[in-house]
Design a binder for this molecule. Sequence first.
Ligand code: BGC
Length: 252
Amino acid sequence: MARKAIGIDIGGTGIKGALVDVKNGVLIGERVRFETPKGGKPADIAEVVRNIVADLPATRASMPVGICFPAIVKHGYTQSAANVSKDWIGLNADELFTRALNRHVHVINDADAAGVAEVKFGAAKKRNGLVIMTTLGTGIGTALFINGELVPNAELGHLEIDGVDYETQASFAAKEREKLSWDDWAARLQKYYGTLDRLFSPDLIVVGGGVSKEHENFLPKLKLGAEIVPALKRNNAGILGAAALAYKNSTD
Ligand code: BGC
């Protein structure tokens, strides 16, 4: 019998969810997607998450639910809010979603979830040493893995370079906002990944986020000591990783 869990990925523009086969790292059935409500307030997002779960095939109330969110998440509390409403800072997100769904949930950082998916099922499978997962989207998400073990809540997207929080310069949103060419964006990515490489000497860097499907346009332009590869699970990585962690949590 398949090992199943529900995965929900909350992002700055969309909220997606699906039922996941956590043994094989694949979605079961259709992915459900809704726009993120304007302002990204907790109650509005919880309502969308409730609708997503209601739209998925009926599941047992005991089925694990993993939710990933673009902020530091410690012991179920969201502790930062770079690209979402400041109301999330210090909020008991675990309780908010448990109430909304009437079942227990497991909440984690979105980049950590995406990294877990790549380590378990994707580009970093069976890779030892230090792996840094990065997601290029509205912000820059990062996750650290040492010999496959997650070191949670690394917020390296906010590395200060040239005196600024560099996520504001090198995220995919920055490329779009400033209408940067691939070459101009790659120059910023070189600065960002070059800094990561120099500070951490990772064995592997994985580049995720929707734009990673266009990796031929920018990854070959980067010159780094570390190996750098595109993510394999791309836009489903958050869902897959959140579901896998929730499943593991329910069996520990
Ligand atoms: C947040 C991180 C998040 C990343 C990607 C950053 O702005 O601080 O927690 O993982 O965006 O969504």
